[in-house]
Each structure stands twice: as C-alpha cells, then as structure tokens.
Design a binder for this molecule. Structure first.
Ligand SMILES: Nc1ncnc2c1ncn2[C@@H]1O[C@H](COP(=O)(O)OP(=O)(O)OP(=O)(O)O)[C@@H](O)[C@H]1O
Length: 446
C-alpha cells in the first residue's frame, strides 16, 4: 500500500501512527481516492465508496488507464497525474448504486517527491444536502410548471398525467410514489396549476431538512387566509412522532380549502413494514396514489425529453445545439438511470455547458464518469463462462440460450466500437436499422 515511497524499516511508533492514519481515513467524512504513478488505486476510503458506489475490488486490480478506455483527460485524477497540477473545486453529481443522489466538490492534488510525480489523490466533499436547497432546475425557465411541460411517449406516463388531472378535478389528497428524479415535484405543481379555481399558492415542504421546522412552517402558512396546495416532499424522512403530529394537523384542516399532496420514494407497504411511514398517514392519502415509474422502465421517454431539452435551450438561451448522435442515444438507452430524469437533465447540462460551436453531441463529449458507468453496467450483462456448457449446469431451452448469446455478442462488439452503431453494424454484417431493431427487441425480451 505504501510502496510508492521508499521502503524504510518501520518503528513501533510508525506502526501505531499507521493505525491512527487508517482509522482517520476510514472515518473521515470526506471521500478519498488515491492512485499511484501507474494509475492503480492504492487508497479508496469508506466515504468514497458511499459516494461513488464502487467497491475497492472493482477498481484496485486495474489501472485507471485501463478502466477509462475513453478520453483520459476527463478523469481529474489522471489529468493531475499527467500534468502535475492540482485541480480544485470541481463539482460532480452521482447517483450511487442505491439510486441516491450525491453531489460533491472535488479537490485533486499530485503527490510529488524529489521532483517526481508519485501519484495523485482526490478529496470529495459531499454537499448533497446543501445542493438540494439550491438546485431547482425546474425553475430555470421561469414559468409555472404544468402538464404541457411533460415530455412523454410512454403509456405509463400518459396514465400518470391522466390520473393527476383527475386528482386536480376531484381536489382530493394525492400521494405520489416514485424514485428520486422521476418528476414527482413536476406532477405536484402541475396538479396545482390545473386546479379550477386555482389555490393562492403552491408550497413545497422538504421533509428531509429539518422536520420540526417543516411543521412550524406549515403552522405559519395555515394561520393566513390564503388557500394553499401543500406538497410534502418525501414524507418518509419525517420521524414517526412528527408524522403523527402532521396527521393531527391535516385532520383538522377546513374541508376543501387546501389541497394536500405528499410524496414518497419507495413502496408504501415496505415503508410501513420498515417503520418509516405511519399507516394513518398513508391512509390519509390512500384515496389516490399515483406511482411514477422509474425511467429505466419507460425508456421511450428519453428521446422526447432530450428533444424538448434542446429545443428549449435553442428558444430560450439562443443555443445552436441540434441534438445528440445515434451512438449517444444508444448509450442513453443502455443505461438504467438510477437518478431518473433529474440525472439525465444534469448530464445534458454538464456537457452542453462545455460545448462551443458543435451542433451535434457525439460520444467523446459524454463525461467520462458516465461512460464508465455504462461500460460497467454492460460488463455485468453476462459472464463469458455462462456460454460454456457444463454437465452440472442448468440447461436453457435453445431459444433462450441463443437470445443470451446474441445479446452477449452484440453488446461486446458495441463495446469494442464504444457504442458506435454504424461501425458495430458493419462488423456484424448487417444494416444499422437491423441492428437497432435487434437491440430494441433484445431489450424488450430481457
Ligand atoms: N416527464 C417529464 N418531462 C419533462 N421533464 C421532466 C419529466 N419528469 C421529470 N422532469 C424533469 O426532471 C427533473 C426532476 O424532476 P422532479 O424534481 O420533479 O423529480 P422528483 O421526483 O420530485 O425528485 P426528488 O424525489 O429527488 O425530489 C426536473 O427538472 C423536471 O423538470
């Protein structure tokens, strides 16, 4: 672990000190990732694991140079290793394996000894809770949010919108269920703007900041004469006693004056059985629950979202970006988007802010961290061993085996050509249309 530096005989004091260092590294609230001069990971602490969602085994036996087979200048650790210059205050947003959104500010430094670069080290400060307060991409267009703003192609989302419109008509409490970034806030505010007559004000109460303050704020709103649409974002983050207080307040509200909308990020039955959601609070909303499916279950919505994103950029911000290439779309379709549309929107923001005069977004413009995630996901599709038939193996019907083999072969050829459809189709001896049709079919069948 410490072999990049000259090895010296460790004293007893050194050994004790190392124990302190190890403890500090594992308990500090800053993510730490260090690589040696060959790009091999030599340090990856618990906080970094929480932030990025990788295990040390995923990265320790491979050089970053091998893992990131794309444009290496995009990895700050590598850039620092190559230039010897520190890079400070780089903001990044990740969705870890549990689908949690994490925003960090990274500082990366070279480790130099006797004028030689021995490696590089990155420190990532987790600013997620701060970011939550200030990041409201919905507001950037300065318009009220309504059902017109939805980019929809999937039947599932069309149903969501229909049900949400019914809720606005009936003016009954609604519970929105969906992962982070699926559009719960957008649905809630659109319901408000659909009300006829409309309430005086739409207010979002964030449960995960300071639950008692959320309740105090609510009491203050209710003291006024105004009618409100109150959106309780992620009520499962409120403690059970606070949830009980909330029910008591909601049950005393004058009938029909305010509209109450709640949101949760998980299945309500699971939340109740895990002691995170009070049954009575769920029943308060149970007259209408609307589940917003994750983006990975409705990938048809990716294309219209991307198209609308760029047309808004052109209309409102005089951008000349026309759209994304087919290869990039293929990447988007392969990825499972744990952060849903919010993740897609942030990704589009990230690379469009770097574009100069280019009209079409191509594969090389995608940030390295994103391409790495797609690559990792593809690596897990099938292990090559799966295709070797062994005596004690469970045997699949030929049709299923052939489908798995086709998927494996196509995905690997796609990886070789970094997602480029034209080159992959050429190598496989088929037309682009045929390849695209097969990919869609394989996705549907899997
Ligand atoms: N169908 C859609 N069409 C257009 N934009 C969408 C759609 N769904 C979500 N978005 C956009 O995605 C972003 C995230 O949506 P939103 O904030 O409503 O998600 P959320 O489910 O409330 O997330 P969280 O639980 O993290 O608060 C917003 O900027 C929103 O405009």
């Amino acid at each position: 672990m410490f072999e990049i530096f000259e090895v010296k005989q460790l004293t007893k004091e050194d050994n004790i000190l190392i124990k302190f260092y190890e403890f500090a590294i594992d308990h500090v609230s800053v993510g730490i990732h260090a690589i040696d001069h060959n790009g091999y990971t030599i340090l990856y602490n618990n906080k970094m694991k929480e932030i990025e969602g990788y295990k040390i085994e995923d990265i320790s036996d491979r050089s970053i140079l091998d893992i990131f087979t794309f444009n290496q200048s995009e990895s700050t650790l590598l850039r620092v290793l190559q230039t010897g210059q520190k890079v400070l205050n780089v903001k990044q947003t990740y969705w870890n394996k549990d689908g949690h959104e994490i925003t960090t500010i990274n500082d990366t430094f070279p480790i130099i000894e006797n004028n030689e670069i021995k490696g590089a080290i990155e420190f990532a400060r987790d600013i997620t809770s701060l970011e939550k307060l200030i990041y409201q991409p919905l507001r950037r267009y300065g318009e009220p949010l309504n059902f017109e703003m939805f980019s929809v192609a999937s039947e599932q989302m069309k149903n969501v919108i229909n049900n949400a419109k019914k809720a606005a008509k009936a003016r009954i409490p609604v519970l929105l269920i969906g992962e982070s970034g699926t559009g719960k806030h957008l649905v809630a505010e659109s319901i408000h703007n659909e009300l006829n007559p409309i309430n005086d004000e739409f207010v979002t109460l964030f449960s995960r900041r300071n639950p008692q303050a959320t309740l105090d704020k609510l009491q203050n709103y209710l003291k006024t004469e105004k009618s409100y649409t109150l959106f309780f974002d992620r009520i499962e983050y409120l403690s059970l006693p606070i949830q009980q207080k909330l029910i008591d307040i909601l049950n005393k509200l004058p009938a029909g004056k305010h509209l109450i909308i709640g949101s949760i990020g998980d299945d309500p039955i699971d939340l109740i059985s895990n002691g995170k959601l009070l049954k009575d609070l769920y029943y308060y909303f149970a007259s209408l629950t609307i589940t917003i499916p994750p983006l990975r279950a409705r990938k048809d919505d990716i294309q219209p979202f991307v198209t609308d994103y760029f047309s808004r950029l052109r209309e409102r911000f005089a951008s000349n970006i026309e759209g994304i290439s087919d290869d990039v779309m293929q990447y988007f379709l392969q990825y499972d988007w744990p952060g849903n549309l919010k993740e897609l929107e942030l990704l589009l923001d990230e690379f469009t802010s770097m574009m100069m005069n280019e009209k079409i977004v191509t594969l090389e413009m995608l940030p390295l961290h994103f391409r790495f995630k797609v690559q990792q996901a593809n690596e897990h599709i099938r292990n090559p061993d799966f295709f070797i038939v062994q005596p004690n193996q469970e045997l699949l019907p030929l049709e299923d085996y052939m489908r798995e083999a086709e998927n494996y072969y196509i995905q690997n050829v796609l990886n070789i050509f970094e997602g480029n459809i034209t080159k992959t189709a050429q190598a496989l001896g088929m037309s682009r249309q045929n390849l695209q049709y097969r990919l869609r079919k394989l996705k549907k069948d899997s």
